[in-house]
Design a protein around this ligand. Structure first.
Ligand code: HEC
Length: 146
């Protein structure tokens, strides 16, 4: 960045040559610097905004993918958020809370590793599919599986 070198040079020169108004040069340089920073950061700010709005769309798509994964892999035992094998261990909000399963991390862990009669899906489903289905289960539990 050359602006401060120029500034230094200005200072040096002004100690030899008597400039009419040293402050004027200083202001010009800070102004130029600010403008160049603005130009430099504007595309950056725009990119961040674009990425953020894109990631929101990706999040919405994830839950849709989670629904597909659920229908194909979980609905046999958990249709409607129920549990055909252990009727008290439903995927409803109350049960998830009571069993400490009301978090994406807890669901992800159980789906990956299985538990008792529930099979492990690690290796059969990708990590991102498991995360999607966990998000789907949580969001459905919030909506009472309507
Ligand atoms: C073969 C039947 C079966 C399938 C398929 C199955 N589960 Fe389960 N699931 C169970 C059983 C049985 C339990 C209770 C396990 C226990 O705690 O002993 C359970 C428990 C759970 C729980 C915890 C519920 C609670 O209240 O503690 C979650 C969350 C869950 N399953 C999600 C899933 C997801 C997501 C899938 C699909 C990727 C899936 N399950 C597939 C049988 C199944």
């Amino acid at each position: 960045m050359g602006w401060w070198k120029n500034l230094l040079l200005m200072r040096l020169l002004s100690s030899q040559v008597d400039f009419p108004n040293e402050k004027f040069y200083f202001n010009i340089y800070t102004y130029k610097f600010r403008m160049s920073m603005k130009k430099f950061f504007a595309p950056f700010v725009l990119t961040v905004a674009a990425v953020l709005s894109l990631s929101n769309q990706v999040l919405a798509a994830d839950v849709e993918n989670g629904e597909r994964i659920f229908t194909a892999n979980c609905a046999a035992c958990h249709a409607g958020g129920n549990n055909v094998i252990m009727p008290e261990k439903t995927l409803k909000k109350d049960a998830l809370e009571a069993n400490g399963m009301n978090a994406v991390s807890a669901i992800t862990y159980q789906v990956t590793n299985g538990k008792n009669a529930m099979p492990a899906f690690g290796g059969r489903l990708s990590d991102s599919d498991i995360e999607d289905v966990a998000n789907y289960v949580l969001s459905q539990s919030e909506k009472n599986w309507d």
